[in-house]
Design a protein around this ligand. Structure first.
Ligand code: AMP
Length: 499
């Protein structure tokens, strides 16, 4: 199958050719002709399969004739996170460079005023996160009756993040005379139910087994054990092993390190930096502009290792990640698939390492059940890689929570938000609306569900009671553990604004 067989116009074909695509991916080959016929699509596809183009290209073809009126978009793409929305907008620019279509982006964390100006000029395509979209609608700045094509992307992520009530409300505001495309990497029962409700006689397209992992990824499990029950001992073993593991990787060009907790993202990031590695961090407590800036630096290779929470796990198009390290095994098995799916994209090979402690057995079982195979074990169980090495990042240690808390709080990035607040339209207070600006992001919502003290503890990681004076804070930014043998690409450290 060639792109020219799909029924796309010359402008789109030219843009696709210039993007370097030689032939459609399986999801594109199957979805594009169906969407062009006006039929609904239920797509089950992993990220990295080319699914964004499978809906943006036919949408742009459908919208090629006609013009958007002020505040009345002609199509709508719903994304669970701001980063994904911004990424789809980038794709829209790439594929639409020879068409005169207009787009608007409605996402939290950026000026609403600017976004409204664009919307007022008329947008053929509106790309939005559910929270900001509803805010704008309730303030009377948006009419959605003209939407001819609706895309609900990453539906399973919407479900995890508690967005389904918002999505249902948004769909109820649209005309039934529309084409609806729903994409999800996994198809749990709730998503099937939604599909039955929103889609009419959809063409079901599955391009790979739900929740399967790509063959291009070499996976390995590393079993670790804390040498003692001392606070932070388990985390220190992991940090030590992470550094030696990174040093052992000959073909590491850039890597993502996933932690379950935002505070561990901070600690691991600082630890890597202190040991002379080129690292940055990304999690939902950071302001939007810093998050975007950090991602750009990572994509542009100014930073080699990005320590992140699951906010970065889904969909983000970072095409050349060579390694993924699961510093913590995820507590939701699907997240494993999404995290390691950041490497081994578009046929490239990638490596994914996962650390497990004895208490992680339950989560490991869930992951292995989901992917349908055991993750090969690498080496023996290690309790401490560098027992005699000075704990350079001791002062960044966060005391580990007691076991019971750990299970409950095992994945504070993936904790489901409680959306008890009703959207009150005109009666809503400005402060509510302002907090909604951030609410269309998983982490911001989660922060809302936490007691103030816990939030404070996350923002300012607790330090081990230390007798060292504060002025020694920088003493442990010392020599690299591998001295002169440090790989050159790791030796650059980039200063990023504090999140
Ligand atoms: P997606 O699954 O939409 O996130 O796309 C993953 C990556 O594949 C992105 O970098 C796209 O630019 C790229 N891509 C999409 N379609 C094609 C294609 N037909 N040929 C080659 N690369 C593609």
């Amino acid at each position: 199958m060639k792109f020219t067989d799909l029924g796309l116009n010359d402008e789109l074909l030219r843009a696709v050719h210039e993007a370097g695509y030689e032939e459609p991916t399986p999801i594109q080959a199957q979805a594009i002709p169906v969407v062009l016929m006006g039929r609904d699509v239920l797509g089950c596809a992993q990220t990295g399969t080319g699914k964004t183009a499978s809906f943006t290209l036919p949408m742009m073809e459908i919208l090629a004739s006609g013009r958007a009126k002020s505040r009345m978009p002609r199509s709508l793409i719903l994304e669970p996170t701001r980063e994904l929305a911004a990424q789809v907008a980038d794709n829209f620019d790439t594929y639409g460079k020879y068409q005169k279509l207009t787009k608007a982006l409605l996402i939290g964390g950026s000026s609403m005023e600017e976004q409204l100006k664009v919307l007022n000029r008329g947008a053929d395509v509106l790309i939005a996160t559910p929270g900001r979209l509803l805010d704008v609608f309730e303030r009377g700045h948006l009419l959605m009756t003209d939407v001819k094509v609706l895309v609900i992307d990453e539906a399973d992520r919407m479900l995890d993040m508690g967005f389904i009530p918002d999505v249902e409300k948004i769909v109820s505001l649209l005309s039934p005379m529309r084409t609806t495309l729903l994409f999800s990497a996994t198809m749990p029962k709730e998503i099937k139910r939604l599909a039955d409700k929103f889609l009419s006689n959809p063409k079901e397209i599955t391009v790979s087994k739900p929740a399967s992992t790509a063959d291009t990824i070499t996976q390995a499990l590393i079993k670790l054990r804390a040498p003692s029950k001392a606070p932070g001992a388990a985390q220190k073993v992991k940090r030590d092993r992470l550094r030696t593991l990174i040093a052992e990787q000959d073909e590491l060009t850039n890597a993502l390190v996933f932690c379950n907790r935002k505070r561990d993202v901070d600690v691991v990031y600082r630890s890597l930096e202190k040991h002379g590695l080129s690292a940055a961090r990304l999690h939902g407590d950071m302001v939007q502009s810093v998050r975007m800036d950090t991602l750009d630096k990572f994509k542009n290779n100014e930073v080699k290792i990005l320590v992140c929470s699951d906010v970065a796990a889904r969909g983000l198009d970072i095409s050349t990640v060579s390694h993924v390290f699961n510093f913590d095994i995820p507590t939701h098995a699907e997240d494993y698939v999404h995290r390691i799916g950041r490497t081994g994209r578009a046929g490239r090979s990638g490596r994914a390492f996962t650390f497990v402690m004895p208490e992680d057995r339950k989560y490991l079982d869930q992951v292995e059940k989901l992917i349908g195979k055991p993750i090969p074990l690498l080496g023996d169980v290690v309790s401490s890689e560098t027992p005699n090495e000075e704990d350079k990042d001791a002062k960044t240690d966060t005391p580990e929570p007691p076991a019971e808390t750990k299970v409950e709080d095992g994945n504070d990035e993936a904790e489901k938000p409680k959306r008890s607040r009703s959207r009150g339209g005109r009666g809503r207070k400005k402060s509510d609306a302002a907090s909604d600006d951030n609410s269309n992001n998983e982490n911001d919502q989660k922060a809302d569900t936490k007691p103030a003290e816990e939030k404070k503890a996350e923002k300012k990681p607790a330090r081990k009671p230390s007798s060292k004076p504060k002025s020694n804070d920088n003493d442990d930014i010392g020599a690299s553990p591998w001295g002169d043998n440090m790989p050159a690409f790791l030796s650059r450290s980039v200063e990023l604004p504090k999140g």
